[in-house]
Write a protein that binds this ligand. Sequence first.
Ligand code: FE
Ligand code: CA
Length: 525
Amino acid sequence: MARRTFLGGAAAAAAALTLGCANDDDRGDEGTGEGPATTSGAPTASAPGPDLPGDPFTLGVASGDPLADSVVLWTRLAPDPFADDGSGGMPDTPIDVVWEVARDDEFTSIRSAGVVTARPDHGHSVHVDVTGLDAGTTLHYRFRVGEWTSPVGTTATLATAGTQRLALAVVNCQWYETGAYGAYRHLLDEDIDLVVHLGDYIYEYPAIEGDRATRPAHQVRTLTDFRLRYASYKVDEHLQAAHARFPFVATWDDHEVANNYTRDLVPGAPDAGEARTIRAAAYQAWWENMPVRGGPPDTGGLRVYRDFAAGDLARFHLMDQRQYADVPPCRANPDDTMDFGDCEDRTALDRTLLGSDQERWLGGSLGRGGVTWNILASPMVVAGVDAGSDQSAYYLETWDGYPRARERLLAQMVEADNPVILSGDYHQGMALDVHRVPHDPTSEVIAPEFMAPPISSVLFSADAGARNPHLRQQVDAHGYMTVEITPEALTTRFRVLDDVNDADTAIRTRGTWTVNPGNPTMTGA
Ligand code: FE
Ligand code: CA
């Protein structure tokens, strides 16, 4: 599936750079190996540039999926991001793009460089998996096409054994029309290494009229629609700045396809064939727009669940809770979008949320050991939330709708060292004790769960305190959370905005929780 970095004949000078650098594992340190001595602004791509109607870098740059020796660089060419046909204003031809990675943001010391082809059938996106990098290193990168140079992005590889600190921000639920991206503006000031995105990167709903109306106006269904919708989000200056500043590690939730979809059942689709078509378009556009390793999707879908380790400090396990999920319980008609309530078959029937392959992968990943912390990135709440008033009621697409599958998950977790859940989707921030038997507060606590508040999506403000004694804090606000991980402690802070509608709003900390190795019960307030 490796589709990166094949050379285009049109950029011979840049091809020479690639031969000197791209896959050379034993080259020397900066300035001593075959690394080309290019300087900022030098006309490396001497071949005539393509005839583009304007700056193709309107959607910014991004990096993602950092490892100790590699990181993925992303951009998508779109001189006219809102062109009705979803092409971004690009010609229907492949275009060669020069990429450069340097130690310094003036690009006087190029560490690695090459040429990648932006293909029309990939939405003119590029994903460059830059390999052979040094661990724990900050790097700068940029792209060039003809006369155009992209903004400069900053990224970093992960450290190896002995890492004393890794910090992240956890974000999710960024409905563009229901709030500004002040949260992303404040993210730039955080002392973090990477951003974990738990999904709902876009919303597929019809546009809402106003300053932040997205394209297209109707509900998103086709590849053209999805490309336009991503472009509408990606032009935001604060989202672009966050991507350019930090590597992202992303999974997805439901709104990347459609509200409440599971597997190939897409509510509102007229038939199964149409549902699969919508899902395929959604997966393709997600891949085109995210700085992820692997892909593109094929007819079998796209594997998004994956794990990676930051030295011996932490291993991250990213879950996909939609692509392989059984239909949630209590739906007389499987196409029902009802997602809240209770019924007998919630507990009576076995269902899978992850699918058997992903369950097996997770067991193996959690069982590998060798790290202090096991961080589970779960788009949806694991600890359980009884959201009823007079009687119990649950959001049935979350783990509460899959209690037998959750038993299997929790059994895997108790075998792992210091599991910690990071979740989202609920449009609230929460700190929750995960009990061995959810909703039974007499059973032992086996892990802490920290749920990130939404970046901008509408809050579900109902107070869940009365029916959920394991809910340690509920944060009814927009923002994100930071998670600082050291060998001695993991500390989560809820960072909340005063006013989601104002990109210049202030941010403050509302709740700081700490957990120490060997004790899954959090302390704080
Ligand atoms: Fe959401
Ligand atoms: Ca969701």
